[in-house]
Design a protein around this ligand. Sequence first.
Ligand SMILES: C[S@@+](CC[C@H](N)C(=O)[O-])C[C@H]1O[C@@H](n2cnc3c(N)ncnc32)[C@H](O)[C@@H]1O
Length: 288
Amino acid sequence: MKLKDELKSVIPQDLLNLVPSGFDIIGSRSGAVAIIEIPSELEDYKYEIAKAIIRNSRNVKAVLRRIGPRSGEFRLYNYEKLIGDLTEVIHVESGVRLMLDPTKVFFSPRDQYDRLDLASRVKDNEVIAYLFAGIAPYAFIILKHKPTVRIIYAVEINPEAIKYAEINVKLNKARGKVVPIEYDASAFCERMRDRFHRVIMTLPLGAHQYLHDAIGCVANGGVVNFYHTGPEENPFKDAEEIVMRHCSNANVDCRIINERVVREYAPRVYKVRVDFEVSKVRNNLKLN
Ligand SMILES: C[S@@+](CC[C@H](N)C(=O)[O-])C[C@H]1O[C@@H](n2cnc3c(N)ncnc32)[C@H](O)[C@@H]1O
């Protein structure tokens, strides 16, 4: 459906080009929420826009208008509810079912290809610390594609996200494989030193503050999946420098094994993932 075409008879011609060309849908056939950004110039038409979305997408039960950027430690958007009260949905992604309420927890359907890419790199029997896990979408996608993974600890501080992560463990029959833990990422790593084959750090605006912790809890030879942001001209430079600085401070050797632009984060700014392997055994002969 093209929203603009749908609203031609309602919105004046000079404002029509401000109607967003797209919006996010979170949910499935059983019920979905549409999330849209509406510029202030279209304030008088916001309910008409919401009604047009509902008319054309039968599964959409609620329309939320996104206000401002994500904020707070739980990384949530502020929303204005335009239509509908029920915002709890089951989102289906790559064969995985994820229950969530986007007004209470972080979730982005736009990360689905990154989840598939990361899952494709996981090896048999990995023990994984998934920091900043939210409702734990990466964990369920990994388990779906690599059922031989040993265990994934999903570490998160938002109690609502933990509640949904636990529901999702049941929905995806992941008991004993995905373990949600309501805990601060730094404190968790502190207690689990040298333990993990992989540490996943899905907090692009803050993960760098926890790199010291992640390097501490990854095992010798393990991999850290580090998320960061960078400008279009050179999206990986800042992330690479931060990684190398932390590795040097921790007195470990790190080797970047993969880099990926995840998606656009803001105009001309990308969210990126830098995967690096950590070697904790320093060769003294080499150093002398
Ligand atoms: C960008 S979201 C990513 C959530 C999830 N991995 C996903 O992709 O949908 C980051 C999450 O980290 C959580 N968080 C922030 N600081 C944290 C901390 N110190 N320890 C554990 N979780 C934290 C937030 O509540 C939020 O749910």
